[in-house]
Design a protein around this ligand. Structure first.
Ligand code: COS
Length: 380
């Protein structure tokens, strides 16, 4: 067993940490305040080779591994979780299914553009009436000659306002239930494709979240991903990996909040000494650090398994569940360490607390993660 990071992983950590601290950090609060994504950040991420970390170089990727990707999402989220989730949704939710199920032409056309950062990806599964019950989707797909015609709407689409390529799931035959679902690669310029309402959110406010409306949206037959009927499995397998990206995001948020709390506790003087000298605060810091370390081990382990071709669905449900829950706990405690100042926007910990909440909700609520974990335990 080796718990140390390789030189390659340490390099990824260093490069992304510097980028996050120096480029994303100074403007993070302003982006949160204005709820605006900054496309220049994306271009800089592309220049650093961050937009296709785990994809082979022949598809424009960096040819690195999933652990490298997870480290990158963690480091970005340690400074600005909106940047972390933008990369995570792009890579895990839109890139991975094309890499895993796409044909050569789809990979050369779409995965390459995404890996090079020329296009941003998004994933359209959720609908107003179909969240946790993903198979209940109503968006329909009907074949019409050499095209598919899609009708319906998707909600809560991360990167919705900024993405160019959308992986969208639709029902081809309601009688077949989940076995009738198909996955399609859509371009934002396709006829009948429209980005709808932009959500105003509690956290991750500079990552865009929108509705996607499909009104007789015409999709060339060659943009079907896999076979008709494969869609639900593609969606579920995509989430198996995506959930570990969210675990990395939660881990980064917790680490970022902890770093601020640790520093502040050593500066803030009450009762004649820094509050870090008070056992009440020391216990908080110790609990926070322990939870973060446990979340990191779970998250890195799930990525390590994916890199070795081992099953990782159970581990990534566990990492997402645990890291999401501890991100919430740690950020609440970080605000508490800051006291009244923590509740103001003068310090960043309130942003971390707001950003943490979503990691218990998206890519499957933590209640769904418990269901997935229990299903694995009972099946195995
Ligand atoms: N990998 C591969 N196949 C999977 C799978 C996985 N991780 N999970 C389920 N499947 C397959 C099952 O094997 C089953 O296959 P068969 O048709 O051969 O029997 C099929 O999919 C249906 O599985 P199941 O009956 O378990 O599906 P349910 O409709 O009961 O849904 C949950 C299972 C609840 C786990 C699923 O709907 C889910 O993950 N919901 C949350 C969705 C989500 O995360 N939404 C957030 C969107 S992104 S922000």
């Amino acid at each position: 067993m080796n718990f140390g990071l390789s030189e390659e992983h340490q390099m990824m950590q260093k490069v992304v940490r510097e980028f996050a601290e120096q480029v994303c950090g100074p403007s993070a609060a302003e982006r949160d305040e204005t709820e605006q994504w900054d496309m220049t950040l994306w271009r800089k991420m592309a220049d650093l080779g961050l937009c296709g970390i785990p994809w082979p170089e022949k598809y424009g990727g960096a040819g690195a591994d999933y652990l490298s990707y997870v480290i990158a999402v963690e480091e970005l989220s340690r400074i600005d979780a909106s940047v972390g989730v933008t990369l995570s949704a792009h890579t895990s939710l839109a890139g991975w299914p094309i890499y895993a199920f796409g044909n050569e032409q789809q990979k050369q056309t779409y995965l390459r553009a995404m890996a090079e950062g020329k296009s941003m990806g998004a994933y359209g599964l959720t609908e107003a009436g179909s969240g946790s019950d993903a198979a209940a989707m109503k968006t329909s797909a009907e074949q019409d000659g050499a095209e598919w015609v899609l009708n319906g709407s998707k909600i809560f689409i991360t990167n919705g306002a900024d993405a160019d390529i959308f992986l969208v799931f639709a029902q081809t035959d309601p009688a077949k239930k989940h076995r009738g679902i198909a996955a399609f690669i859509l371009e934002k310029g396709f006829s009948g494709f429209k980005v709808g309402k932009l959500e105003k959110k509690l956290g991750i406010r500079s990552s865009s979240t929108t509705e996607v409306i499909l009104e007789n949206c015409r999709v060339p037959a060659e943009n079907l991903l896999g076979q008709v009927g494969d869609g639900f499995k593609i969606a579920m397998m995509t989430l198996d990996g995506g959930r570990n990206g969210i675990a990395a995001q939660a881990l980064g948020i917790a680490q970022g909040a902890f770093d601020h709390a640790l520093e502040y506790a050593q500066e803030r003087v009450q009762f004649g000494r820094p509050i870090a000298k008070h056992q009440a605060i020391q216990f908080k810091l110790a609990d926070m650090a322990t939870k973060i370390e446990a979340a990191r081990l779970l998250t890195y382990q799930a990525a390590w398994r994916e890199d070795r071709g081992l099953a990782y669905g159970l581990q990534s449900a566990m990492s997402k569940l645990f890291a999401g829950d501890i991100a919430m706990e740690v950020t609440i405690e970080a605000v508490q360490v800051f006291g009244g100042y923590g509740y103001t926007r003068e310090y960043p910990v309130e942003r971390f607390m707001r950003d943490a909440k979503i990691t218990q909700i998206y890519e499957g609520t933590n209640e769904i993660q418990r269901l997935v974990i229990a299903n694995h335990l009972l099946k195995d």
